[in-house]
Ligand binder design. Structure first.
Ligand SMILES: *Cc1c(COP(=O)(O)O)cnc(C)c1O
Length: 393
């Protein structure tokens, strides 16, 4: 054999190798030992392996873990949380259909509903996230899908999912829930009436701010096949390396969430008494408008909460956030590092205008010691207050 051929065809044999960690197979092509196997490869599409785009051992492994965690039967892994949302929309909505979304929904999901869905003839309307069973009055004959996101990304409203689901189902609509805040460790949407549970795995499950993935979990095989067909037509595959990292993240998910939630609660309680703070938005706090629903439906929390500040000048907000020593300014959440993100809500909501006059700031608490984080935030809020006081003089 020539060197060129040797380079490609030196067979090292299949050595048995057992590791604690899952294997990562990078593959576009999947090979078949027989002609018959190749010709019938499409029958492997939903469960087996037919082409790298449609699944590989790491994505199947991750899907099985997420399905079990969500109390679902089948899970589809896609390249981002946003892809999970769009695949769900495209699997269930057709021209002429109507979809309902909470007014506090994740911003890019709102933009997709107002732009992309409207361009393909789907009407989107928004509802008060606290509507509960009152959503019955908003259902139309062509309402095919009701979205919930609980708690909401920035404003932390907890939704009465069982009541929403009951009303939606009696109107013939599916219910999809974006449960990224608590992850399935804290909230199992399928047990509370949802048909579809969506996660941005990029957040808590990835857990290290270094990957993008999403999941869509369902109880029904029929729904799974509809979702999987859409992801095939869109050509959405999930990287084996990212799936491996998400699998690694799963191992520490419960421990990270427990620690981040405990730290967040300590920090949130402390900030409640801060003179720069008008309101702390965190369902774990007693007295929070979502606290009772959170206690009723959730098994855990999250290190993500928001704070509404008393009104101040933009430059005071910059002095607060830019000089923090431990918190970095950035989107996303659920990683090891604490993050802070200022939000602009004016004009972002259409049916429940945001009432707080001051800026809203979201914190994602990482694994640093909570006392160091408290010191950092308190110093920042003192800078904010000094600016406000100087302006008032
Ligand atoms: C981040 C996020 C998404 C989107 O996830 P990506 O993987 O970043 O696309 C969707 N929903 C919520 C609530 C999120 O926080």
């Amino acid at each position: 054999m020539h060197d060129e051929t040797l380079l490609l065809h030196t067979d090292v044999g299949e050595q048995p190798f057992r590791a604690l960690t899952p294997a990562v197979h990078r593959a576009s092509t999947i090979v078949f030992p027989t002609v018959e196997g190749f010709q019938s490869r499409h029958s492997q599409f939903y469960d087996g392996y037919s082409y790298g785009l449609y699944g590989h051992p790491a994505s199947r492994n991750l899907a099985a873990h997420v399905a079990a965690l969500e109390s679902g039967a089948r899970c589809l892994i896609v390249p981002s949380g946003m892809a999970a949302i769009t695949v769900t929309n495209l699997a269930l909505l057709h021209p002429g259909d109507h979809v309902l979304l909470p007014d506090a929904v994740y911003g890019p999901a709102r933009a997709a509903a107002e732009g992309f869905l409207s361009a393909i003839g789907v009407t989107a309307t928004f509802y008060d996230p606290r509507i509960g069973g009152g959503i019955a009055a908003l259902l139309r004959p062509r309402t095919r899908l009701v979205w919930a996101e609980s708690p909401a990304s920035f404003t932390m409203e907890v939704q009465d999912l069982p009541a929403i689901a009951e009303a939606a189902h009696s109107g013939g609509a599916f219910v999809a829930v974006d449960g990224t805040w608590a992850s399935p460790i804290g909230f199992k949407a399928l047990r509370h009436g949802a048909d579809i549970a969506v996660q941005a795995l990029s957040k808590h499950i990835g857990g290290h701010s270094d990957l993008l993935l999403g999941s869509v979990t369902v109880a029904s095989e029929d729904l799974f096949r509809r979702l999987k067909d859409v992801s095939r037509h869109l050509g959405l595959g999930a990287s084996p390396d990212d799936c491996f990292l998400a699998l690694r993240g799963l191992g520490t998910l419960a421990a990270r969430l427990e620690r981040q939630t405990a730290s967040a609660l300590k920090i949130a309680e402390r900030l409640r008494g801060n003179p720069s703070v008008a309101r702390v938005l965190y369902p774990l706090l007693s007295g929070d408008p979502g606290h009772d629903l959170w206690l009723r439906d959730f098994q855990g929390g999250s290190g993500v909460f928001s704070v509404a500040l008393h009104p101040g000048h933009g430059r005071d907000l910059a002095a607060f956030l830019e000089q923090l020593r431990l918190f970095r300014i950035g989107a996303s959440w659920g990683g090891l590092h604490s993050l802070v993100a200022p939000a602009r809500l004016d004009g972002a909501r259409t049916v429940t205008p945001w009432q707080e006059l001051g800026p809203l700031v979201r914190f994602s608490i990482g694994l640093e010691h909570p006392d160091d984080l408290i010191e950092d935030v308190e110093e920042g809020l003192a800078r904010y207050r000094r600016g406000r006081e100087a302006a008032a003089e």
